[in-house]
Design a protein around this ligand. Structure first.
Ligand code: ZN
Length: 236
């Protein structure tokens, strides 16, 4: 008898939970439909309440690249999108005009390194020299000392944090473009992983990366995103 009553109570609890779940599902579905119809994107949450559209920063490492960077710059210009470039010092020679164009067209230019090594595995003086020399090279072209650094492999440590005045910039979304080398797979991965406030890591040294970047921009713009440079995302 006691067991029967317990079973009945349990049944009631389960039924109540199911009702709650169904109610929640309907609520979420309605919000989704509202978001889709109002304004055609996802920027409007409910009547009268306008949500800030998402912002993202596209970042490109390992340039400037003689073959691909200018195609990317053309595509960015056509879409009026600004990106952040982290340059390799030893790639700058002979590509000064590309760096000049990045600056002129409003992109952020930061330091990647001189020789693409893991800076935390080098003697501190050598690591500092790599960053210093790359910064000077960029400054000699743009007239501006870079304020941001993207450490190769994201490798950074306390000693470098203390000695380097540039702000390190990491990433939230890794396109893995250097490995995938397939435009649609890169686009798919980035579109799946990206959310508001993210920093996307790409490399302007492959045709597939440049093609993918431009498709990603078109998709995110259509979803109401705004592109910013990393200095606009990092708040200190
Ligand atoms: Zn790199």
């Amino acid at each position: 008898m006691k067991l029967k009553r317990q079973a009945a109570v349990l049944g009631l609890i389960i039924a109540a939970d199911l009702c709650l779940a169904a109610g929640l599902f309907l609520m979420v579905q309605r919000r989704w439909e509202e978001g889709k119809t109002a304004g055609g994107g996802f920027a409007v949450a409910s009547a009268g309440e306008v949500v800030e559209p998402g912002v993202v920063a596209l970042t490109f490492d390992d340039g400037p690249n003689k073959k691909y960077t200018e195609t990317l710059l053309d595509g960015l210009k056509a879409r009026d999108v600004k990106a952040s470039f982290f340059l390799i010092g030893e790639c700058i020679e002979g590509n000064e005009a590309i760096v000049e164009r990045m600056e002129k067209e409003g992109h952020l230019i930061g330091v990647h390194c001189m020789y693409h090594t893991d800076l935390t595995k080098e003697a501190e003086a050598d690591a500092l020299k790599q960053l210093e020399d790359t910064g000077s090279l960029i400054e000699s072209i743009t007239g501006k000392r870079p304020e941001y650094v993207r450490p190769p492999f994201g490798s950074w440590n306390d000693a470098l944090r203390e000695r380097v005045s540039m702000e390190p910039v990491f990433w939230n979304v890794d396109s893995v473009d250097w490995k995938l080398k397939n435009t649609s797979r890169i686009v798919k991965k980035v579109m799946k992983d990206t959310k508001d406030g993210d920093i996307i890591l790409m490399h302007d040294e492959f045709a597939t990366s440049v093609e993918a970047a431009l498709q990603i921009i078109d998709n995110l713009l259509a979803n109401g995103y705004t592109f910013v440079t990393v200095d606009e995302l990092t708040v200190d």
